[in-house]
Design a protein. Structure first.
Length: 317
């Protein structure tokens, strides 16, 4: 049976959902499509200056939370994959104490890092050699020759630019499909001209957030605004007609038979219910979606991750 390996979003906000998802896969494998396994959980612990791809805000994880998340995920034989894809990293940023703390906590030979910056990649390879390094889709590599060149480097996986999804005239020319990873649910419109600028905006705002943490309120800078009329509102049901969308049918009937087994689901800052819908759509058998979704929501309610408030009693007469 071919493995169909999903890389799932979130180390902070999605951590409870992801742990319940692992438990459901263990306890109810009959709910899942054939061959599904969890290949990694990716993200960053706020506040991480090296974080990229999504702005996680000014939240701060303490040491105990970081240790618990890494330990809990690794106990399930699943890697933590740090999303350190900030494209604007400078030499002075390499000494960031929190990011280095996170890497030290996960420095056990089980975990991975997604990278963009050559400066940061060199630093991690030198100082944390136990980590496997992955090449991020944020690099926007959009031609076959460059993808093949990236696959010749020492990366565990190379995440394909979403604009190459479903373009089999190009994909068929890729030399090592076993190390290719496909982003299946990109909310960006196909061929978005602003995607690279968005990543840079996030990098600049990461620096502003870092600086503001050391300043009194009256001296703090404003976050550089970013508006997207597409990605800010998109979800599973608004992207299905995109040429870049990879449906479960395409995964099992086209990608896996062609030697591509790794699939990334984005959603580190997605709404919880939207993410549940996305997980179920891609990984659960269609006839089992309702049953699986209900079990998951009940567990999240019992754990007080989802709270359902009852009407307050009135006064009569």
């Amino acid at each position: 049976m071919e493995k169909v390996r999903f890389h799932l979003p979130g180390l902070r906000y999605n951590f409870p959902l992801n742990m319940f998802w692992i438990s459901m896969l263990e306890q109810h494998p009959e709910y899942f499509r054939e061959g599904v396994e969890i290949a990694s959980f990716f993200g960053a612990f706020p506040f991480s200056l090296w974080n990229g791809g999504r702005l996680l805000g000014d939240d701060q994880c303490d040491a105990g939370f970081v240790r618990n998340v890494i330990t809990s995920i690794n106990k399930k034989n699943i890697p933590v994959r740090f999303t350190y894809t900030n494209p604007l990293i400078k030499e002075e940023d390499l000494a960031d104490p929190f990011c280095n703390f996170c890497l030290k906590e996960g420095d056990n030979g089980k975990n991975e890092v997604l990278v963009f910056s050559p400066i940061l990649e060199e630093y991690i390879r030198k100082n944390y050699p136990s980590y496997r390094i992955d090449s991020t889709t944020c690099k926007e590599i959009r031609d076959v020759a460059s993808v093949n060149a990236e696959l010749e480097k020492d990366y565990k996986y190379v995440v394909l630019d979403y604009n190459m999804n479903n373009k089999w005239d190009l994909i068929d020319q890729i030399t090592d499909k076993s190390r290719l990873e496909v982003l299946v649910n990109a909310v960006c419109v196909p061929d978005c001209k602003r995607r690279g600028d968005h990543y840079k905006n996030i990098g600049m705002n990461q620096k502003i957030v870092e600086e503001n943490r050391k300043l009194p309120p009256e001296k703090r800078k404003h976050i550089i605004p970013w508006h997207c009329e597409y990605g800010d509102k998109n979800c599973l049901y608004t992207i299905k007609d995109y040429s870049t969308f990879v449906s479960p049918e395409l995964i099992w009937e086209k990608y896996v038979p062609n030697g591509i087994n790794n699939f990334k689901i984005e959603g580190r800052t997605a709404n919880l219910f939207s993410l549940i819908e996305t997980y179920c759509y891609f990984m659960i058998k269609p006839e089992k979606v309702g049953e699986a979704r209900l079990l998951l929501l009940r567990n999240l309610e019992q754990a007080r991750i989802v709270q359902v408030n009852k009407p307050r009693p009135g006064v009569w007469p």
